[in-house]
Design a protein around this ligand. Structure first.
Ligand code: NAD
Length: 485
């Protein structure tokens, strides 16, 4: 088996609607390209608004029966799907690597992380419960019932083709919701393979519908204008998230928004600098820097900045850039030519403004969309590179002299997703973690993502949580029943 063999059952990579693979209404298709050399991997059906409506019809038809399916049965389907993904982990990793570019090792990491949402929510499906209490004044009982919110629309980004889907599908399946999933047009293949896995695990037709399209805007606008759609969960950029929140107003759909980030990585003077560099390599280089959680700004106490920069540059400079499936590759290609251009411009602007280029700073010759791992020291807090999402393998370092200055710099962003702190002082850890305006704080670690933890942001990074006990709440409504006695 290879990664592409996972697509053998996907009806020539068609649309998955009501439990059947089919072509799009127009018969149109679009190409999926390998970011390492721009070659065409394959093509998939290009769904239009008629296909989207057919998918919503199927989700609506399946909703009542799915909500009535015993929680244990819903959970066991997820559990079987978890096992099936893990059994085919190498193939899933290859498919992810092929369409997205990340190395096989990183793709394998995503497979484990992504599948784990199914195991976690398989266990949560049987723990949905309301409460029973006496009214404070006596005389009546207050009962709450939890119900699935109803048919959902999921729109996912290209950077984690599996995990960004399972974080939504897992809790929705557990809660008893049906769904239409619209994967990113740059990386639609993994989601098609996942539809097969869930079907084989016993998911009834119509619960999960997948529509690939090159026109996400029309698809979401059409579906969100329909009052049968009750929930939208989006992972992607903040500007698109804002458009979707506005669109949700007409039919008042519930929304979860997992948006962009601008994570600070703070290294205090008492930190274990070598450990901070280890953490920085993960926080910066996971997914070639193309992660919403990626450390975007290194805020380092001036007394350790040079040591940190040199150690980090040594590590970054020794990484091998290449095709994700080639043995020995540490850093794969960026997703497309625009990404390389945008990263290059951020770096050249910073250097022009006086930053020191410690390593990297160039895009190797094509084909493929590569950018060399880069470290910049002495970056001004006003530089564009520390105020915008870089989404590439570049570590800009800015120095500070006091805790208050570090906290103020860290919070001086519209975003509020993840943040990282390196210190050996417990009191400082507590003070800083409380002061940071971010949904997640990693303490002496470069990795915060964990399916058992509530992942999500504040401010322009959105709202709602994925994973943890909170993850299933996004898919449940509460009905309160008053019972006088
Ligand atoms: P994007 O916003 O361009 O696209 C995300 C998805 O939205 C894709 O499926 C795309 O087809 C669709 N889309 C684009 N325009 C649309 C529109 N007008 N209406 C409806 N759908 C539309 O983002 P991207 O480039 O795919 O992903 C990168 C972004 O995602 C970064 O900002 C990153 O930080 C963010 N992200 C956030 C998280 C999180 O959990 N907070 C996780 C991963 C990525």
């Amino acid at each position: 088996m290879t990664g592409l063999d996972l697509l053998a059952k996907t009806g020539s990579r068609g649309l998955f609607i009501g439990g059947q693979w089919r072509e799009s209404a127009t018969g149109a298709r679009f190409e999926v390209r390998d970011p390492a050399d721009e070659s065409v991997i394959t093509d998939v059906a290009d769904g239009d608004t008629h296909d989207a409506m057919a998918a919503l019809d199927a989700a609506v038809t399946a909703q009542a029966g799915w909500a009535d399916t015993p929680p244990r049965e819903r959970g066991e389907i997820l559990r079987r799907a978890f096992e099936a993904i893990m059994d085919q982990a190498d193939d899933f990793a290859e498919l992810i690597s092929l369409e997205m570019g990340k190395t096989l090792a990183e793709a394998k990491g995503e497979v484990g992380y992504g599948a784990e949402f199914f195991r976690w929510f398989a266990e949560e499906a049987v723990r949905i419960h309301g409460r029973w209490m006496q009214a404070p004044a006596g005389g009546s009982r207050l009962l709450t019932i939890r119900k699935p919110v109803g048919p959902c629309l999921f729109i996912t980004p290209w950077n984690f083709p599996l995990a960004m889907g399972t974080r939504k599908i897992g809790p929705a399946v557990a809660a008893g919701c049906t769904m239409v999933v619209k994967p990113a047009e740059l990386t639609p293949l993994t989601m098609l393979a996942l539809a097969d896995v869930l079907t084989e695990a016993g998911l009834p037709g119509g619960v999960l519908n997948v529509v690939t399209t090159s026109d996400s805007k029309s698809l979401s606008a059409t579906l969100m204008a329909d009052d049968r759609l009750r929930k939208v969960s989006f992972t992607g950029s903040t500007p698109v998230g804002k458009v979707l929140v506005r669109q949700s107003a007409d039919e008042l759909q519930r929304v979860s928004m997992e948006l962009g980030g601008n994570a600070p990585f703070i290294v205090f003077e008492d930190a274990d600098v070598a450990a901070a560099v280890d953490g920085a390599m993960i926080a910066k280089m996971r997914n070639m820097g193309e992660a919403c959680t990626a450390a975007n700004r290194f805020l380092v106490h001036e007394s350790v900045a040079r040591e940190f920069a040199d150690l980090l540059a040594q590590r970054m400079g020794s990484l091998t850039t290449g095709r994700g499936q080639t043995p020995g590759t540490d850093v794969g290609p960026l997703i497309n030519a625009d990404a390389v251009e945008s990263v290059g411009k951020l770096v050249s602007d910073a250097v022009q403004d006086g930053a020191e280029l410690v390593t990297g700073g160039e895009a190797p010759e094509g084909p493929g969309h590569f950018y060399a791992p880069t470290v910049l020291l002495g970056v001004s807090a006003e530089a564009r590179i520390v105020n915008e999402e870089i989404f590439g393998p570049v570590a800009p370092i800015t120095t500070f002299t006091s805790d208050d200055e570090a906290i103020a710099m860290a919070n001086a962003t519209e975003y509020g997703l993840s943040s990282y702190v390196y210190t050996r002082d417990l009191a400082r850890t507590v003070k800083v973690a409380e002061a940071l305006q971010f949904g997640m704080v990693g303490v002496n670690t470069g990795l915060v993502s964990n399916p058992a933890a509530p992942f999500g942001g504040v401010k322009a990074s959105g709202f709602g949580r994925e994973g943890g006990f909170e993850g299933i709440e996004e898919y449940l409504d509460t009905t309160y029943v008053a019972i006088p006695v």
